[in-house]
Design a protein around this ligand. Structure first.
Ligand code: HEM
Length: 470
């Protein structure tokens, strides 16, 4: 067909698509309004099936969310990846969905992700099974439990930093190794060193397929990933078996999962161990990467953090037998802690989360129909000028005053909020203690680009050159 025919056909084609779209959405509205006499939230659903997927993914997703919010307000509808969605960006609506009416909104993930991580992992569940898992995970990650592993985390941090000395490194890749090793330490205790390399080899193949097309044919990333997933389960079965021989000696996550009365099967334990590694690693590594960037770009903040950490170091040098960091030391780091908070806010690495309405829900006079996805937009809340004045500015001092409730939720909120948040903050503080007191670094290459993979990250993982302070 020649191009002149195409140009004649295209207006006709668009007219047909428009009529089809109009009929499709009129029918959808009639069906929905027949169920309840409430309007849907404002917004546009785009083209049939593809909806507004291209608008979302052809640009920085945060531009899409921010422009929609500007046009329609803090609750609006859209249609992404074949699913009608309601996006919400007010603290009150986020609290409604995630905490006060959490039973009306279940977590939802693509089936391929569930297969890869393991269907019995905590994220995918509601109700009694979820409550039981949550109790076990919290038992291993609450301050009382992680207090005892501060010096072990410190050893991992010191090892990592020493291996970067004098080299150009990709910050994100190196931070991923650090956070992976800390995750294994918190799951398997001191045994982790025995399994580190084996687990790392399989886990790294698994993660490569996580964002690939879910096509399970020989040679595809997805199929390699599924193979690695099976191998991981076998390694974990071996670890669980050897732990059974000497139960009661540790208080790590594996021990918590293996409690007699908890009655978890080996498969449930394996799915949740892999799930925790997944939840713990890239999240914490990207926050650390952003911190390195913000400290590098804000010399006065870096100086204040360094002075705070040097004061702790001097104090410890006076007491010979107590030179390792302990839990109490990490509570004497208010400036560094505010840098972490401000990084979590500005970078908002998890811009949003997903839920699905389990029944028709009314919110502020609007209908959220059963089966629709609901996305609380954390980033929009963290970047609202009404809540955080001059929101794009990196200014840790804003956290000298505690934020109002439900306005700051980098670790989520309610029944599925992050049970690993204390561990994440602890491992960041410990690494920053050694990074700022012993090392200097500078960024190589562009300083302002951002990539989405899927977390927001400094361009190319932030290449830096790092060396010991003289
Ligand atoms: C700075 C790093 C981290 C950030 C920003 C973060 C953020 C979050 C957020 C926002 C959620 C809730 C998601 C939702 O409601 O859909 C979550 C859940 C979760 N996180 Fe984290 N997380 C971090 C580190 C960790 C670590 C270190 C661990 C484990 C040691 C962990 C384990 C989990 C688990 C198991 C869940 C699921 C909880 C449930 O479904 O009940 N996270 N995280």
């Amino acid at each position: 067909m020649d191009t002149s025919m195409l140009s004649l056909l295209s207006p006709f084609f668009f007219l047909l698509i428009s009529i089809f779209a109009f009929l499709f959405y009129s029918l959808l509205s009639i069906l929905i309004s027949g169920r309840r006499k409430l309007p849907l939230p404002p917004g546009s659903l785009g083209w049939p099936y593809i909806g507004e997927t291209f608008q979302l993914y052809s640009q920085n997703p945060n531009v899409f969310f921010a422009s929609k919010q500007k046009r329609y307000g803090s609750i609006f509808k859209t249609h992404i990846l074949g699913c009608p969605c309601v996006m919400i960006s007010s603290p009150e609506a986020a609290k409604f969905v995630l905490a006060t009416r959490a039973h009306l909104f279940k977590p939802t993930f693509p089936a391929s992700k569930e297969r890869m991580l393991g269907r019995q992992a905590i994220f995918f569940h509601q109700g009694d099974y979820h409550t039981k898992l949550r109790k076990l995970v919290l038992r291993a990650f609450m301050p009382e439990a992680i207090k005892n592993i501060v010096s072990d985390i410190e050893a991992v941090a010191v090892d990592s930093l020493q291996s970067w000395d004098g080299k150009s490194i990709n910050t994100f890749q190196e931070m991923k190794t650090y956070t992976f090793n800390v995750a294994l330490l918190s799951i398997f205790g001191k045994d982790e060193i025995l399994y580190r390399e084996e687990l790392k080899r399989c886990y790294y193949i698994l993660e490569k397929g996580y964002n690939s097309m879910p096509i399970n044919l020989p040679g595809t990333l997805f199929s390699k990933s599924m193979k690695a997933r099976k191998e991981l389960a076998q390694i974990l079965a071996k670890i669980i078996c050897s732990r059974r021989q000497r139960r009661g000696e540790s208080n790590d996550l594996l021990e918590s999962f293996m409690g007699e009365k908890e009655g978890l099967t080996d498969e449930q334990i394996a799915d949740n161990v892999i799930g925790v590694i997944f939840a713990a690693r890239d999240t914490t590594a990207s926050v650390l990467t952003w911190i390195v960037k913000y400290l590098g770009q804000n010399p006065s903040v870096l100086q204040a953090v360094t002075e705070e950490q040097e004061a702790i170091r001097r104090c410890k040098e006076k007491v010979d037998e107590d030179k390792f960091l302990n839990w109490a030391d990490t509570k004497k780091m208010p400036i560094t802690s505010r840098v972490i908070q401000e990084t979590l806010r500005v970078a908002s690495i998890l811009s949003f989360t997903f839920r699905e309405a389990v029944e028709d829900v009314e919110y502020e006079g609007y209908l959220i129909p059963k089966g629709w996805k609901v996305l609380p937009l954390f980033r929009n809340i963290h970047h609202s000028p009404d809540i955080f004045p001059d929101p794009e500015k990196f200014d840790p001092s804003r956290f000298e005053v505690a934020p109002k409730s439900n306005t700051f939720m980098p670790f989520g909120s309610g029944t599925h909020s992050c049970p690993g948040n204390e561990l994440a903050k602890l491992e960041i503080l410990v690494l920053l203690h050694h990074l700022t007191t012993k090392f200097r670094w500078f960024m190589i290459g562009p300083e302002n680009g951002i990539q989405y993979s899927p977390f927001a990250l400094p361009q190319n993982g932030l290449p830096i050159r790092l060396s010991l302070r003289t």
